[in-house]
Write a new protein. Structure first.
Length: 195
């Protein structure tokens, strides 16, 4: 049996995919999730926060999947190419939901900051894991290097900007993947020799 938070997130994802960001209305989310409106407000103060939490939860699921089936490639560059192809395809599979979470994540709403931070940490770890070619970046006691942290941070930001362009209809999903391949190669080359 699902807990109220998971019910709320499942319904919000479904509603976002049905009609986008504007379709996610807290009163209706609570009703469809079968929880009291007060229960929803106790956990989430806005739909921005609900959608940001939904994306953070989906990133947790992605972590588990990547542990079982990590991005494949002989080099860090090849693995990053594979990784961004996988995650771009996964997010764009639900286009209305993807646009809704992009809007929520970029909202600047203070209550969203915690989920954005958790999401960014998870994404950085996933990118570093892809660079290293090991689930979870290898041994737990192996700290990321300055190079890995820098590359992960910038790739995450470039991916977000590329997705905003996709969301606005300026480019397709394949364009996002190609941009990430170029960005990965450029950043790996530019930081070669860093510790």
């Amino acid at each position: 049996m699902k807990n109220p938070k998971d019910k709320i997130l499942d319904v919000a994802i479904a509603m976002a995919e049905e009609g986008g960001f504007e379709n996610v209305r807290q009163r209706e989310v609570a009703a469809r999730a079968g929880v009291a409106l007060g229960t929803l407000y106790k956990r989430f103060s806005s739909k921005h926060e609900i959608l940001a939490a939904a994306l953070e939860r989906e990133t947790q699921t992605l972590e588990r999947k990547m542990e079982v089936r990590p991005a494949i490639g002989e080099t860090p560059s090849e693995r990053l190419h594979a990784f961004f192809k996988i995650i771009t395809k996964a997010l764009c599979r639900k286009p209305k939901y993807a646009r809704a979470v992009l809007k929520a994540m970029a909202s600047g709403e203070p209550e969203v900051a915690s989920n954005v931070s958790k999401y960014q940490d998870r994404m950085n770890n996933l990118i570093i894991s892809a660079m290293r070619g090991r689930p979870n970046g290898g041994a737990p006691d192996t700290k990321p290097t300055k190079r890995e942290i820098t590359v992960a941070l910038y790739l995450q930001r470039i991916w977000f900007a590329s997705l905003v362009g996709w969301s606005a209809g300026l480019q397709g999903q394949d364009d996002v993947v190609l941009q990430m391949e170029a960005a990965s190669d450029l950043l790996l080359e530019a930081t070669k020799g860093w510790k």
